[in-house]
Write a protein that binds this ligand. Structure first.
Ligand SMILES: Nc1nc2c(ncn2[C@@H]2O[C@H](COP(=O)(O)OP(=O)(O)OP(=O)(O)O)[C@@H](O)[C@H]2O)c(=O)[nH]1
Ligand SMILES: [Mg+2]
Length: 227
């Protein structure tokens, strides 16, 4: 399989230590898949490396709003293939699992959630508490949605482009654009008939580059409950 029906979306901010290696790996496992690096004006060599390695660069440096969610939405809107898959640049999501995600989309599912079943390394009490709280808050917000409640705040997911594009274009104002939980925002506005499935994976450790997770991001998520 050549995967020319798939676009891989990688949101980046200062990921020069990871992006080259990830793009090389993706080329090996999914030749001919399109790859969009949606970069928010990194101050390191991320953009240069992305172009060098043959990815399509979405340079968001001069955009009025920066953030992970809006970067992913912009990329989905630009997507021309039947399917898309969103993956972080820092190898916390295993690239090989994209094959399973695409396999399920090809067999007719609409949205596939990367579902963390195990977390590598030791998460402190606080991070675990925040993660569980985020899940249950999201669960309650989506309680009336008929689809299964997998890892609702996962950064690793894939979908049918047409459906996600429609939702992104019609609800963009309601999305928490600077937030991190683009999947959750999409789920809020997905019709009840959406066929949701999951692919289990082990959440890795960031070994290179810096985390961008901050208290502000948690605030954005909390606020997104009420939209
Ligand atoms: N375009 C864009 N990408 C971002 C932004 N913030 C983070 N990213 C990217 O989004 C992905 C996830 O960010 P991380 O900082 O790894 O967040 P996390 O995985 O929740 O946190 P860690 O477990 O600490 O790594 C990475 O590929 C980042 O480079 C942003 O504001 N804009
Ligand atoms: Mg990370």
């Amino acid at each position: 399989m050549v995967y020319d029906d798939t676009t891989i979306i990688i949101p980046t901010f200062n990921e020069e230590k990871n992006i080259g290696k990830l793009l090389k790996k993706l080329k090996q496992i999914l030749p001919k898949a399109k790859i969009i690096v949606s970069d928010d004006g990194s101050r390191d060599r991320t953009q240069e490396i992305a172009v060098e390695k043959g990815a399509i660069l979405l340079d968001r440096k001069r955009k009025p709003v920066h953030g992970l969610t809006v970067s992913v939405l912009d990329a989905i809107i630009k997507c021309k293939t039947d399917f898309f898959v969103v993956i972080d640049a820092d190898f916390q999501h295993p690239p090989e699992k994209i094959l399973e995600v695409v396999g399920k989309l090809r067999s007719g599912k609409d949205l596939i959630i990367g579902n963390r079943v195990k977390i590598q390394g030791e998460w402190g009490f606080l991070r675990l508490l925040i993660s569980r709280t985020a899940f249950y808050m999201g669960y309650l917000r989506l309680i009336f949605k008929k689809f299964p409640k997998y890892d609702l705040v996962s950064g690793f997911f894939g979908g049918k482009t047409k459906l996600a594009k429609e939702i992104a274009l019609h609800n963009q104002k309601k999305f928490e654009l600077r937030g991190y939980k683009v999947l959750f925002d999409l789920l809020k506005y997905m019709p009840n008939t959406t066929k949701v499935d999951k692919v289990d994976y082990e959440f890795g450790l960031r070994t290179k580059g810096d985390s961008k997770l901050s208290k502000k991001i948690m605030f954005y998520y909390f606020r997104s409950m009420f939209k």
